[in-house]
Design a protein around this ligand. Structure first.
Ligand code: NAD
Ligand code: UDP
Length: 343
């Protein structure tokens, strides 16, 4: 019998890639999503890659009663992977209530509903944003957590505190929080990738949309940082590697390999790239010059963030397999496929 995994936000960018990897590793997947930032066609894309269409329940996790009903229906679930959240940093600064409401109500309703059914394994999507501007690089899980710049980031910090309280209160409850660095890239088939709504905030979709002629030019936010070329450094991680880490995390929970009832792991590659290095990789891979200009720094950006990956390597037995060129090439393949679909 396949073990059943509930994936909230499973039609989204990271969720859909994780669903593919879970199905490939022989899990039965139930996606819960309200499609507020994703598309129903994602189910076809997952089916095309894996040959299996995941079970889909369309619901808003802010609705407690509906969430409880869905968990009752799928009470034979072994673990929950919780991706559902809003994630646009600037939007959260403009509309904190919308962010606190969605990210906390979704989290709390999910936790309540799963506990009611005795489902005790929970994986949470956290972010490197909880480290604020780190004093030490690379960032280990021991680095001090700081009040993030944005309400979005703060939802991640507070969610981890909620999980600390959960494990104290509920003896059988086991949880792992995964702090992602900068996920980019797309499924290597080119059949699944990020579908940003409107104008992208993040670097990679902005680059591919500029190269595809959807945007006029990329703005590079600041070249006066104390880095090798003056632009900011991030730890970009391929979404397929990230998805694979979730499968390893699910197995750690199900095989009862946890050493503490709340564990936290960084998910990055350990390598930092500047914005200009990402652009250079893009130009090399696509053999296309990218139209960009340097503008002033973006509020809230830190100069450099990259992970120490030692803990995830040791405890999850996980290492990234794909490099920056793979990330760029797959993002471009996906962008081109989207363009062909529209024509
Ligand atoms: P995404 O927006 O592509 O996916 C989130 C999914 O959740 C969407 O399909 C959306 O429709 C769904 N959703 C949102 N609110 C919901 C609700 N109330 N009820 C049901 N479904 C709801 O985002 P993503 O990039 O795949 O991110 C997944 C998770 O990882 C999020 O929690 C995000 O904060 C976190 N994260 C993302 C990044 C990143 O750069 N993408 C970095 C760090 C952490
Ligand atoms: N960035 C940029 N132009 C853009 C978007 C992003 O120069 O249009 C830079 C941003 O300043 C940061 C890096 O690219 O240094 C990654 O930004 P992104 O928003 O993708 O992720 P973040 O690290 O902010 O979560």
């Amino acid at each position: 019998m396949k073990q059943k995994i509930i994936v909230t936000g499973g039609c989204g960018y990271i969720g859909s890639h994780t669903v593919v990897e879970l199905i490939t590793h022989n899990f039965e997947v139930v996606i819960l999503d309200d499609l507020s930032n994703s598309n129903i066609k994602t189910l076809d894309r997952i089916a095309k890659i894996t040959g299996i269409r995941p079970i889909f329940e369309q619901l808003d996790l802010k609705n407690s009663e509906q969430t409880k009903a869905v968990f009752q229906k799928h009470k034979d679930t072994a673990a929950v992977v919780h991706f559902a959240a809003y994630k646009a940093v600037a939007e959260s600064v403009q509309n904190p209530v919308m962010y606190y409401k969605n990210n906390f109500f979704s989290l709390l309703n999910t936790l309540e509903a799963q506990l009611e059914q005795g489902i005790n394994n929970f994986i949470f999507s956290s972010s490197a944003t909880v480290y604020g501007e780190p004093k030490k690089l690379p960032i280990t899980e021991e680095n001090q957590v700081q009040r993030p710049f944005s309400p979005y980031g703060n939802t991640k910090k507070i969610a981890e505190e909620i999980l600390e309280d959960m494990v104290k209160a509920h003896q059988d409850f086991s949880t792992i929080s995964l702090r992602y660095f900068n996920p980019i890239g797309a499924h290597l088939s080119g059949n699944l990738g990020e579908l940003p709504n409107g104008i992208p905030n993040n670097l990679m979709p902005y680059i591919t949309q500029t190269a595809a002629g959807i945007r006029k030019e990329l703005q590079v936010f600041g070249n006066d940082y104390d880095t090798k070329d003056g632009t900011a450094i991030r730890d970009y991680i391929h979404v397929v590697d990230l998805a694979d880490a979730h499968v390893k995390t699910v197995k750690r929970l199900l095989n009862k390999k946890q050493e503490k009832s709340l564990e936290i792991f960084n998910l990055g590659t350990g390598n930092g790239y500047t914005v200009l290095e990402v652009i250079q990789s893009f130009e090399k891979i696509t053999k296309k010059p990218l139209n960009y200009k340097i503008v002033s720094r973006r509020a809230g950006d830190v100069p450099a963030l990259y992970a120490s990956t030692e803990l995830a390597k040791e405890k999850l037995n996980w290492e990234t397999q794909l490099n920056i060129d793979d990330m760029v090439a797959s993002s471009w393949k996906w962008e081109e496929n989207l363009k062909n679909e529209k024509n």
